[in-house]
Ligand binder design. Sequence first.
Ligand code: SF4
Length: 241
Amino acid sequence: MAKRGEPAGAKKAGRSESLAVRRRRLDRVMTHLGQALPPLEEPAVEKLAEEEQSDPFKVLIATLLSARTRDPVTLEASNRLFARAATPAEMANLRVSTIEKLIYPVSFYRNKARHVKAMCRQLLKRYRGRVPVTMEALTALPGVGRKTANLTLIVALKSPDNICVDTHVHRISNRLGWVETSTPEETEYALYEVAARRWWPLLNSYLVTWGQNVCRPLYPRCNHCIVAPACPRLGVEKVGK
Ligand code: SF4
């Protein structure tokens, strides 16, 4: 069923397209985005990874803090926490209330503070303070879901085999008609089918950057979007300036 306010027939058109057509459109859009992104600000976790030489522990913590939190808030909170404790051993020794104060105002800071401490303890107990390198081991850690695990594997451990889907990647992939899915997890699995492997580690950074600057959740800036000719704008009701 078409979403409320969707252009008539839009979803139908998306459904009828073959995998080959969607693949070609994805190739074209990703190529254009790759050329257009450099002047735009990088997502917080990628930025932090560059500053911290891709330290997997710091990338994992920053990714956990970034859920439902604006990038500048994530960056500042992560840096405050790392200035006080830079390793799992140091962080496990902090009180939860201290972590809460350091990471405030990230969303759900109380839950995240508990997860940070519990995760550091598990890293020490099970992995001698190292970050594990498999999806199974990562998602067994407190507070770590597929999104956090995928981004850690891609950004810190340079995995070419993962796609990280957050709300931006989920929304834009559906607007572009690459996938037709209801949840980020469904989108992740659908993208493994549609996207050529060379795009897998890049999809998150390209679409998060585009989603923060152009293809915003509300009022996407379609009139200023360089990929508009390749976009059916599925589900877009109103565009912004
Ligand atoms: S044309 Fe609009 S909906 Fe499509 S990618 Fe660009 S901003 Fe998003």
